[in-house]
Design a protein around this ligand. Structure first.
Ligand SMILES: CC(C)(COP(=O)(O)OP(=O)(O)OC[C@H]1O[C@@H](n2cnc3c(N)ncnc32)[C@H](O)[C@@H]1OP(=O)(O)O)[C@@H](O)C(=O)NCCC(=O)NCCS
Length: 160
């Protein structure tokens, strides 16, 4: 049997259908198609897709967010925010989520002015929490009733 070839690259619009499919089967937080198009077009350089034998099996969408902007002092591009990440259920636990996160962390580390990567995760989502901890994310605080079903989130962050 041949070995599977796993690769990670920036997403392109042609990946849209696969990304939306993976999002819908993996997470209760689903977004409008137009929003995914906007995210992929705007944030392709900070985001990632993972492929196994050329088929998209995972995505990580990361948006660069500005903060602390005032008319007299502009501090743009100060953090990156993981909007959504998922790996196809039949491809989980093969290191793919980790590979995508390492890819985006490396790319974001190259962007001038980014001080941290933040994300929200359900406090019961042990798989994701373990993955982020292994990547050196820390829990910053609990966001009470963050999700629409009332579940709390951990705000996690990785400082550069
Ligand atoms: C979270 C998710 C993206 C992880 O992707 P993955 O490709 O399965 O993760 P990896 O194989 O790279 O695992 C990396 C590490 O995370 C941890 N981990 C992953 N899945 C785990 C699980 N089911 N239970 C416990 N730890 C787990 C382990 O520490 C693992 O390292 P190890 O395999 O060497 O022990 C995947 O489970 C997923 O798509 N879940 C549904 C969507 C989701 O919850 N997204 C996160 C929203 S914040």
């Amino acid at each position: 049997m041949e070995t599977d070839v796993i690769s990670v690259r920036n997403p392109i619009i042609a990946d849209l259908e696969d990304i939306i499919h993976l999002n819908r089967i993996s997470l209760p937080e689903n977004y409008a198609v137009a929003y995914f198009i906007e995210l992929i077009k705007t944030w392709n350089e900070s985001s990632a897709v993972a492929l196994v034998n050329d088929k998209v099996v995972g995505y990580t969408i990361v948006r660069i967010e500005k903060s602390g902007i005032t008319p007299w002092r502009s501090r743009s591009k100060s953090k990156a925010h993981v909007i959504s990440i998922a790996v196809s259920p039949d491809q989980r636990r093969h290191g793919i989520g980790n590979k995508m996160m390492e890819f985006v962390i490396d790319n974001i580390g190259e962007i001038n002015g980014i001080k941290k990567i933040t994300l929200e995760v359900r406090i019961t989502n042990q798989a994701a929490i373990e993955m982020y901890k292994k990547l050196d994310f820390n829990i910053n605080k609990i966001l009470t009733r963050y999700y629409s079903d009332g579940e709390d989130a951990y705000l996690m962050e990785l400082l550069f």
